[in-house]
Design a protein around this ligand. Structure first.
Ligand code: NDP
Length: 447
């Protein structure tokens, strides 16, 4: 609940201007809440009016996307791109293809992206986009026709120095390839206008592993600096079994931990001997199967229907890496009672506000998504650097940069938390550290 009168009035204006955008309003409210101790210490952020500009996107593009299905029937979808803030670099953020995509959703994600990108220390502004197109059940030709139509309109608004979209839900290597090809065809130029490309045409090594690896690098630094601890010998529970969860399992295991559980939207597996990741990779990455198939190869493990129960497993470290609001207050209290010492968010917003508060109140180390899962977009930034240089870095080079970036994100966030009088609170610290850099640039540029 906001107490500062100025921030309250900013939020009231945002509410009046965006009456039917609940996701966006929630994101703004949470960030303004974190900025309260900052504006009380540094009134320049009030007197300059920068926060009023910060909560208003520079540009919101909404457009029609016509495409034909395999039966020759015409469909019309709606496409969006919110170019939220370009103070510190070209707009950067993913494209989501999902029926739930609305202006409110892209604005919420674009707003968060400003702070996440700022935290990476790379010169990237904040943006997000997508469409209410549902790729599920569509043929390859239908996806291709949709992507080509989508980019035929969006291409006039993007470019390597203007706005560099990437993948998100429903947009992987295949979709990025179709969009990149259409951009190149229309503009007659080969430039790194999209990230997440295949390695043969400008993609970066480590992009696939980046979010999961980055999550572990961040957590390792948090454990070392705040508790003189490490992953070594710890029991870890990770939810999900997608891209983030699989590569977080790989890195945590490499760092000496034992990951004992993974899940999908049907249920979770528990393997007290430590998850055999080769089996999971085969199920999830090769055969696109269900997590309960793990028992066919590892009969000593157990499978439990329903994914929420995963948080009842006793562990030292929890890395929620599946989806939003998957870990509520009751689950947080169980983890705390079971002696969990650290939680870091691999997914976006996996912990409810009440769960986050419970962890902070209990002194559990807590790495918020904006900081802990920024490894994916950071590596997209490194793909942009490689494209500009016309060079491809080795796996080791990209991985070393990723590790350095994640450690820097931790230190910048913890220092910012200390600066505003909330020592150890990485939720406040990440928001403040991300905001200060962007706001100072906006003030210097006269917005
Ligand atoms: P994937 O689609 O690869 O995997 C998601 C996994 O979560 C799947 O195993 C899915 O299972 C499972 N899942 C979905 N809902 C639930 C649920 N209610 N309980 C348990 N498991 C569930 O996605 P990613 O791994 O790429 O992304 C996961 C999260 O991380 C998302 O919030 C995403 O926004 C965020 N993120 C991802 C980044 C990246 O680089 N990939 C970067 C930053 C954030 P099922 O197969 O049954 O659907």
């Amino acid at each position: 609940m906001l107490k500062n009168e100025y921030l309250k009035s900013v939020f009231e204006t945002v509410q009046k201007r965006n009456p039917s955008q609940p996701e966006f309003l929630q994101a703004v409210s949470e960030v303004l809440d974190s900025l309260e101790p900052l504006v009380e210490k540094d009134p320049i952020y009030i007197s300059s009016g920068v926060i009023e500009a910060f909560v208003e996107p520079e540009r919101l593009i909404s457009f029609r996307v016509p495409w034909y299905d395999d039966n020759g029937k015409l469909h019309i979808n709606r496409g969006f791109r919110v170019q939220f803030n370009s103070a510190i670099g070209p707009y950067k953020g993913g494209l989501r293809l999902h029926p739930t995509v609305t202006a409110s959703v892209v604005k919420f994600l674009g707003f968060e992206q400003i702070l996440k990108n700022s935290l990476t220390t790379l010169p990237m502004g904040g943006a997000k986009g997508g469409s209410d197109f549902d790729p599920k059940g569509k043929s390859d030709a239908e996806v291709r026709r949709f992507c080509q139509s989508f980019i035929t309109e969006l291409q006039r608004h993007i470019g390597q120095h203007t706005d560099v979209p990437a993948g998100d839900i429903g947009v992987g290597g295949r979709e990025i390839g179709y969009m990149f090809g259409q951009y190149k065809r229309i503009n007659d130029t080969w430039e790194g206008v999209l990230t997440g490309k295949a390695l043969s045409f400008g993609g970066s090594l480590v992009r696939t592993e980046a979010t999961g690896y980055g999550l572990c690098y961040f957590t390792q630094e948090m454990l070392k600096c705040l508790k003189e601890e490490s992953f070594d010998g710890k029991t870890v529970v990770i939810s999900g079994s997608g891209n983030v969860a699989i590569f977080a399992t790989e890195k945590a295991t490499e760092l000496g931990a034992k990951v004992v559980a993974l899940s999908d939207s049907n249920g979770y597996i528990y393997d007290p001997d430590g998850i055999n990741l080769d089996v999971v990779k085969d199920i999830k990455l090769v055969r696109r199967g269900r997590i309960n198939e793990y028992l066919k190869k590892v009969p000593s493990a157990t499978y439990h229907e329903g994914c929420e129960g995963i948080w009842n497993i006793k562990c030292d470290i929890a890395l929620p890496s599946a989806t939003q609001n998957e870990l509520d207050e009751a689950a947080a209290k169980t983890l705390i009672a079971n002696g969990c010492i650290a939680v870091a968010e691999g997914a976006n917003m996996p912990c409810t506000l009440e769960a986050t508060q419970a962890f902070l109140d209990a002194g559990v180390l807590f790495g918020p998504a904006k900081a802990a899962n920024a490894g994916g977009v950071a590596t997209s930034g490194l793909e942009m650097s490689q494209n500009s240089e016309r060079k491809a870095w080795t796996f080791e080079q990209v991985d070393a940069r990723l590790k350095e970036i994640m450690e820097t994100i931790f230190h910048n966030s913890i220092e910012a938390a200390e600066y505003v009088g909330r020592p150890g609170n990485l939720v406040v610290g990440a928001n403040v550290a991300g905001f200060v850099k962007v706001a100072d640039a906006m003030i210097a540029q006269g917005f």
